[in-house]
Ligand binder design. Sequence first.
Ligand code: THU
Length: 143
Amino acid sequence: MDKRSLGESSIQELVKACQDAKLHAYCPYSHFRVGAALLTDDDRLFTGCNVENSSYGLSICAERTAIVKAVSEGCRKFKAIAVACDMREKTVTPCGACRQFLSEFGSDWTVVLTKPDLSYTCLSVSDLLPHHFSAKDLEAERV
Ligand code: THU
């Protein structure tokens, strides 16, 4: 889904929501706040932030927090996710683990990468992670 099919007002809502979600970030170790806002197929909105842990590897990114919240509420089809951080000049870009996590729920939906000034860039999940590992690979014939 590209920017036009999503609609400018939906994008603006997501951009604002991910900036607000960033305010809840729990990041005492990195001090790098990230927020995400996820729009489901049936127009529900789930937000998320990064939640870090003193055992660093247990930390979860904002994108995955939002997805986990949505899936645990019964939503598995998504239109878009917007992501925010505090970098002034650059949009945040999801980590590899989050790209794979997003890909689990389809390749053809929108990722809105934002900046604090509310400017943004839209990409698809497959733009971010082409050739992702998927359930089909688990079903492929093996030696
Ligand atoms: N982080 C996210 O939440 N999302 C991203 O897209 C990039 C990184 C978090 C993980 C960690 O809490 C902090 O940012 C620094 O890596």
